[in-house]
Design a protein around this ligand. Sequence first.
Ligand SMILES: *[C@@H]1O[C@H](CO)[C@@H](O)[C@H](O)[C@H]1NC(C)=O
Ligand SMILES: *[C@@H]1O[C@H](CO)[C@@H](O)[C@H](O)[C@H]1NC(C)=O
Ligand SMILES: *[C@@H]1O[C@H](CO)[C@@H](O)[C@H](O)[C@H]1NC(C)=O
Length: 296
Amino acid sequence: MKRLQSTLLLLLFVPLIKPAPQTRQDLHIIYDYGTDNFEETILNRDYEDKYLDGKNIKEKESIIPDMQRFQLQKDESATLTPKKENEEMPTCLLCVCLLGSVYCEEVDIDVVPPLPKESAYLYARFNKIKKLTAKDFADIPNLRRLDFTGNLIKDIEDSTFSKLSLLEELSLAENQLLKLPVLPSKLTLFNAKHNKITSEGIKANTFKKLSNLTFLYLDHNALESVPLNLPESLRVIHLQFNNITSITDDTFCKANDTRYIRDHIEEIRLEGNPIILGKYPNSFICLKRLPIGSYI
Ligand SMILES: *[C@@H]1O[C@H](CO)[C@@H](O)[C@H](O)[C@H]1NC(C)=O
Ligand SMILES: *[C@@H]1O[C@H](CO)[C@@H](O)[C@H](O)[C@H]1NC(C)=O
Ligand SMILES: *[C@@H]1O[C@H](CO)[C@@H](O)[C@H](O)[C@H]1NC(C)=O
């Protein structure tokens, strides 16, 4: 009931809110009449403002009205027909589009919806998406973060992410993947835990050129070996609960260079694999901390 009331209130107030100029105060007024989860949204906002260097002043003006329409649409008693411009971007009726972020969580979509051209963040967790294609992101060059956690993704066209030159964080966790597509070079975080990825499904150079990759989560898959050419930049590598049976002195270190130290690494997790780490005493000499796993 409370939600309905506040939506109705919003209905009354929407015509009173001038579309421009949008000040920060206006934003807060909208939030006050919004539903609970917008509080969460506003928390994210500050972070994103910093992240985006305040570049998107223009977006702020164009996306806020979209959010108002989203509210109207959600209330089924609203009889207002969407204006023409909405027909071009129905995604922002189904999802919340806000300041370059598109929040599309738990809305039962089975394909990636058409995104506003300026989107930088897409949160599409807990849907029923089965497939990702290069076309899905072809005209969205500013994407920095994509989160598809908890979908049914089995197929990803190899070039889906390769042109996303700004993409820094990609989560494909809790899907049905058997293999990995080409990853873009600016990634700092890649999360594909809880899939069905095999070692065959990861090419030898998949991670090689990702010179800023810091967090790599591949736990709870079907890997039989540690992926090759893991970049120096990695701080955290999660490989627990796979089917890894052995490693070599070159897996993390350099067999021919005993003075080499893998400086950045803070955590390697290998528990829940058949491997007995104690059998490979020379495989960890470059690490400052031993991997987590069984040694006997
Ligand atoms: C890694 O980050 C640095 C600093 O942010 C940047 O200059 C560089 O281009 C990045 N490398 C890649 C491969 O994107
Ligand atoms: C683990 O690997 C072995 C072969 O090394 C294979 O027989 C077995 O089926 C694999 N287990 C799982 C759960 O993938
Ligand atoms: C160690 O081996 C790598 C490749 O196997 C090679 O590029 C490098 O030059 C070698 N370093 C030394 C010190 O022999």
